[in-house]
Ligand binder design. Sequence first.
Ligand code: PLP
Length: 245
Amino acid sequence: MSTMTEERRAELARRLEAVRERIAEACAAAGRDPDEVTLLAVTKTVPAADVATLLDLGVDAFGENRAQEAATKVIEVAQLRPGAGPRWHFVGGLQRNKVRVVAPWTRVESVDSVRLADALAAAVRRAVDDGTRAGPLPVLLQYSVDGDPKRGGVPDAGLLELADHVEGCPDLRLDGLMAVAPLGADPDAAFTAIADAAARLRAAHPAATELSAGMSGDLDVAIRHGSTSVRVGTALVGERRITSR
Ligand SMILES: *Cc1c(COP(=O)(O)O)cnc(C)c1O
């Protein structure tokens, strides 16, 4: 291994340890079992080599937010670590002409419209037919806390209607809710609203128990409000290293 590779590995190991400690402390403070909260490493703009190193360090789930970039990276990681079987989660705005890329993935966390759900379901059906996936695709509904359409997410008024629609798609499996706290908002208030929405979703769809909430800056607050999956980028990998590809 080159010195640079070794240094990067040591940095990722140190950052991972710190993130795991934060999760454990937040769980302890909230009286929750740390096993209830999974870590999703958000590796957008991060090279495949870093994903391979994180796999070596025991991280097994990765989040990406651009289908094009991710399509290449998934192939590169499979070449770097054959058989490692990383779980890929899509967490960004998804164009309907890119659904084919994510149809074989572990989970899509950003379903926010009936049109997207339908396009995704059709792509999953084709993936099942051609053998690139075995069963329905687990999805989360992305919830918009402030209803701002620019940042994606379904606003409050449409949440349960979208949930009913997804429930009716045999190729999708409704697992829960994902949300991003709006920038500059009081995180406590934002995660209270997010937890409320998750509870309403669960009341209507008891199997939809997952709550993907919390990032580098606010994972502690999100865990206090019931997050079952934190999506951590910067705290884990440092500042973004490549801006586009
Ligand atoms: C980038 C991103 C994250 C990670 O954010 P950090 O602040 O870097 O931890 C989490 N969720 C989504 C949807 C993202 O796009």
